[in-house]
Design a protein around this ligand. Structure first.
Ligand code: ZN
Length: 239
C-alpha cells in the first residue's frame, strides 16, 4: 500500500469492526491520524465504550503514522427526528421502501459534514469512513456515488480539497478481516474480534469465535458469516 506521510486523516470511529479496521488502514497510510465519534442518542451505548478500548489497543501496536487526539460530537438531532430502530425501542423490520428500519436517514451525510468541519479546524485533509456497498443493507448513504458527490460538495463548502476515503467500499466482511490481518497481524485481528461491537441489540453476551453479540440479529449474522468465510479461506490457503 502506498504511503502518504504528508497527509493528515480523520477517521470516523464508531466502535464497530469496520471503522476499527479503517483506523488501522489510515495509520498504515497517513502520517497523522485523528478519530471522531458521534453520540447520536443510539439506544446501545456499548459501542461508545468499545471505542476507547479499540483506540487504546490500536495505540499499543506499531504504526508508521502517529495517532493523534480522539474527538466526540453530540448529535441529538437524529434521535429527535426519530423513526429508526437504532434510536427508538422498536423491533428491527423491513420498511415499505425495501430498507430496514435500522436506516437512520441523513446520518452519514451529517457525520461527514461534521467531520469536514472538524477537519477544517484541525488542519486535516482526508476523511475516512467504513461504509461498504458489498455487504450492506442497501443504505443509500453508504453508496460510493453518494460519498463521491459528498466529497465534491464538502470540498467546495470549506474551499479546501478534502478526500473521502472508504477502504471497505468493495470489500466483504471476510475481506475486511483479511485486511486487518494484513495491516496489523493476529494482534489487530484479536483486538477487533474481542473489543469491537456490531450487535444491533447492543448485547455483548459471550465471546463467540467471531466476537461478542447476541448472535441472532442481522448485524451479528453478517459478522459471524464473514468470520466463518475468512477462517475457511485461511485454512484453504494453509495459513
Ligand atoms: Zn446481535
Amino acid at each position: 500500500m502506498s504511503r502518504l506521510p504528508q497527509r493528515r486523516a480523520l477517521v470516523l470511529l464508531s466502535g464497530g469492526q469496520d471503522s476499527a479496521t479503517c483506523l488501522a488502514w489510515a495509520l498504515a497510510r497517513y502520517g497523522h491520524v485523528e478519530t471522531l465519534g458521534f453520540d447520536y442518542g443510539q439506544r446501545h451505548r456499548v459501542e461508545l465504550d468499545c471505542r476507547q478500548r479499540l483506540i487504546d489497543g490500536v495505540r499499543a501496536l506499531p504504526w508508521p503514522g502517529q495517532l493523534g487526539p480522539d474527538h466526540m460530537l453530540t448529535v441529538d438531532v437524529l434521535a429527535q427526528l426519530g423513526g429508526s430502530a437504532m434510536t427508538e425501542d422498536v423491533a428491527i423490520a423491513m420498511q415499505a421502501d425495501g430498507l430496514p428500519n435500522t436506516f437512520v436517514p441523513g446520518r452519514n451525510l451529517l457525520f461527514f459534514t461534521l467531520a469536514a468541519a472538524l477537519a477544517y479546524r484541525r488542519g486535516l485533509d482526508v476523511l475516512v469512513g467504513g461504509m461498504s456497498e458489498t455487504d450492506y443493507s442497501g443504505y443509500p448513504d453508504c453508496r460510493d456515488s453518494t460519498l463521491k458527490a459528498l466529497q465534491v460538495a464538502l470540498s467546495l463548502g470549506v474551499d479546501r480539497p478534502l478526500t473521502l476515503e472508504t477502504p471497505l467500499m468493495w470489500r466483504s466482511k471476510a475481506d475486511t478481516w483479511a485486511l486487518a490481518q494484513r495491516l496489523g497481524g493476529d494482534a489487530l485481528v484479536e483486538l477487533i474480534r474481542c473489543e469491537s461491537h456490531t450487535c444491533y441489540l447492543g448485547q455483548r453476551g459471550d465471546l463467540h469465535a467471531w466476537g461478542h453479540g447476541c448472535g441472532g440479529c442481522p448485524a451479528c449474522e453478517l459478522r459471524a458469516q464473514g468470520w466463518e468465510q475468512w477462517t475457511a479461506q485461511r485454512s484453504l490457503n494453509g495459513a
